[in-house]
Design a binder for this molecule. Structure first.
Ligand SMILES: NC(=O)c1ccc[n+]([C@@H]2O[C@H](COP(=O)([O-])OP(=O)(O)OC[C@H]3O[C@@H](n4cnc5c(N)ncnc54)[C@H](OP(=O)(O)O)[C@@H]3O)[C@@H](O)[C@H]2O)c1
Length: 331
């Protein structure tokens, strides 16, 4: 029986999350029961939402159970199957968790084509982050040609797709990212008209210079100062998609806009959770796959090797230590 390396939540963080909140164990890989599928995982997705689940505070998703295998998106190869929808050798995407092998009733699994596109793209631009970008941009911001769309965490898994889709829609995409390397990549590779460094001492002035025509659409991934600066430049009838507020996931307070601005600017602000819109995933993934196949969609990845390094990689993701989609390669 093959060994199954698993990472469990050992204890809930009281302040910032650290690797000491997790425990790695080795068990025997499960044999698939009747109707079950056994998948050997190749990549694990690390995502900011995981931080929220480490807490037992009420949220849109149930908390991660202490002592249980950490939940998370995975891609891998079917090793054995007692479900006629899957056969050994199929590439699949699912929610297999922080472990080398996952066995399930197949409800969370989807067969994917990993020949033309690297398998881990189904955890990034052709997966949950890509659909998140597609939904928030198309269904909330709905940019018109010539409008200005601001995207925070502009080079990240979600933001990189938002910026490219906004540009393809004829909008002027303005990114916000941390540091000169991310900023250059945003403009040179992702096609942002300009990208502002939120770590610059002149951030407010640089935002002003980058937005001569104000903001028609704001795709918010971060909160904090980037959000405050973009909000300050909203145009009348603009749209704000609240996708994430990563700057506050480790406890920093979220800044609320002065209510008067809603009235004066007559803008729309809408929060969303991509899993509420499962009916739209096939359309979104189809369109994103079309862009990828035509070379219109670029992405980058930060890949760490070994499941035992997943806790530190999550800590790093929550503090901007990734450049593109954060992944664990499971060997
Ligand atoms: N609503 C939904 O359904 C949904 C679904 C997926 C993701 N999300 C949200 O979308 C956002 C982006 O997720 P992602 O998976 O694409 O992550 P990501 O952007 O690949 O990685 C997170 C990035 O946030 C940036 N960041 C800016 N300020 C930060 C701060 N104060 N602390 C930590 N990080 C900061 C960092 O980029 P810089 O170095 O450029 O600052 C970091 O690389 C997150 O808020 C996430 O929760 C929402």
């Amino acid at each position: 029986m093959a060994a199954n390396l698993q990472v469990l939540l050992d204890n809930r963080p009281t302040g910032k999350v650290s690797p000491a909140n997790f425990r790695t164990v080795e068990t025997a890989a499960p044999a698939p029961g009747p109707g079950q599928v056994l998948v050997r995982h190749q990549f694990l997705s690390l995502d900011p939402y995981m931080r929220g689940r480490l807490s037992d505070a009420k949220s849109y998703a149930a908390p991660q159970e202490v002592g249980a295998v950490m939940g998370g998106g995975t891609v891998g190869i079917v090793e054995a199957s007692n479900d006629p929808r899957f056969k050994a050798g199929d590439a699949v995407v699912g929610m297999g968790g922080w472990q080398r092998y996952g066995s399930s009733d197949g409800r969370d699994l989807r067969v994917i084509d990993a020949k033309a596109i690297p398998i881990q793209a189904y955890l990034g631009p052709l997966g949950m982050p890509g659909v998140t970008a597609w939904y928030g941009l198309n269904k909330i911001i709905a940019p018109k040609g010539g409008e200005t769309v601001v995207v925070s965490a502009a080079t990240g898994a979600v933001g990189s797709v938002v910026g490219q889709l906004a540009t393809l829609a004829g909008a002027r995409a303005v990114g916000i990212a941390g540091g000169p390397e991310k900023r250059a990549y945003a403009v040179q590779e992702l096609g942002y008209a300009v990208c502002v460094d939120h770590k610059s001492p002149h951030f407010a002035d640089e935002m002003k210079a980058a937005l001569p025509n104000g903001v028609d659409g704001l795709f918010e991934n971060v909160g904090g100062e980037p959000f405050a600066q973009a909000m300050r430049r909203l145009n009348t009838f603009s749209r704000v998609a609240i996708c994430g507020l990563i700057a506050s996931y480790e406890g920093a307070p979220t800044a609320l806009p002065d209510m008067r601005v809603f009235l004066v600017k007559r803008f729309k602000m809408e929060g969303f959770i991509v899993s509420d819109h499962m009916d739209l995933w096939p359309q979104a993934i189809g369109e994103l796959a079309g862009h990828a196949a035509a070379g219109r969609l670029k992405w980058r990845e930060t890949i760490r090797d070994g499941l035992e390094n997943a806790p530190q990689a999550l800590v790093d993701l929550l503090h901007g230590g990734n450049f593109g989609k954060m992944l664990i390669r499971i060997n």
